[in-house]
Design a protein around this ligand. Sequence first.
Ligand SMILES: NC(=O)c1ccc[n+]([C@@H]2O[C@H](COP(=O)([O-])OP(=O)(O)OC[C@H]3O[C@@H](n4cnc5c(N)ncnc54)[C@H](OP(=O)(O)O)[C@@H]3O)[C@@H](O)[C@H]2O)c1
Length: 232
Amino acid sequence: MDKLAIVTGANRGIGKEVCRQLAQLGYTVLLTSRDVTQGETAVADLKRSGGDIHFHQLDVTDEASVAQLRAYVVAHWGAPAVLVNNAAILIDNNERVLDVSPDIFAATFAPNVWGMLRLCQAFAPLMREKGYGRIVNVSSEMGQLRWLNGGTPAYSLSKTALNGLTLMLARSLKGTGVLVNAVCPGWVRTDMGGPNASKSVAEGADTIVWAATFADDGPTGAFFQERQQMDW
Ligand SMILES: NC(=O)c1ccc[n+]([C@@H]2O[C@H](COP(=O)([O-])OP(=O)(O)OC[C@H]3O[C@@H](n4cnc5c(N)ncnc54)[C@H](OP(=O)(O)O)[C@@H]3O)[C@@H](O)[C@H]2O)c1
């Protein structure tokens, strides 16, 4: 298979596991992370069980870094088949909407919303040109409208915005062969989810990989968890 899959924030957690599963399915995987040493270590670790896995540095908040990644992909593969927008931060667990600072909002939205949009702007046109693409935006049920209760406001609203962005991109790309969907991995045992979370990284990555490999008649502009569609 000559299909390239780019995964952001993949040096650890769910992103790394998505790389493992896509490589096992035969994709050429481009594992990206902002720290070079951590990314290369993750690639070396994953390669022990086989697969065609490469590394490129990527800070999703850095315009130049995204441009360098895009140039590398164009030079080596032309266009990606899959983009998994996974990189995100959660820094306002103890905040409430009436007290949260603009700094926390700006810091959270930079990777969680603008970073994901920046990656879509870089790669969706290449996918459209090729007539094939699968974009999976890793979201959270915390961004669902029914869960917006005032806690963790920056992170939750960043995922609400990401869901809206997913719908907007899907509608913009309808009929081009590029499918764009959002996935909540569930509560997963990672640095972000903590040790008491209910799901393993393998379980958390499952629906992301499923949506990254939809057939041509697969859904677009939808939000999934455990392979089931959810309300926005
Ligand atoms: N874990 C859960 O329970 C859970 C639940 C719902 C949704 N999610 C979503 O699932 C995704 C993955 O979460 P996770 O649990 O695997 O989190 P994690 O263990 O905290 O990993 C987050 C990854 O994002 C990277 N990252 C952060 N800012 C970045 C930037 N500016 N540029 C590039 N990479 C950046 C981190 O890199 P560094 O190592 O350099 O910091 C790390 O690789 C996120 O979108 C998260 O919102 C997770």
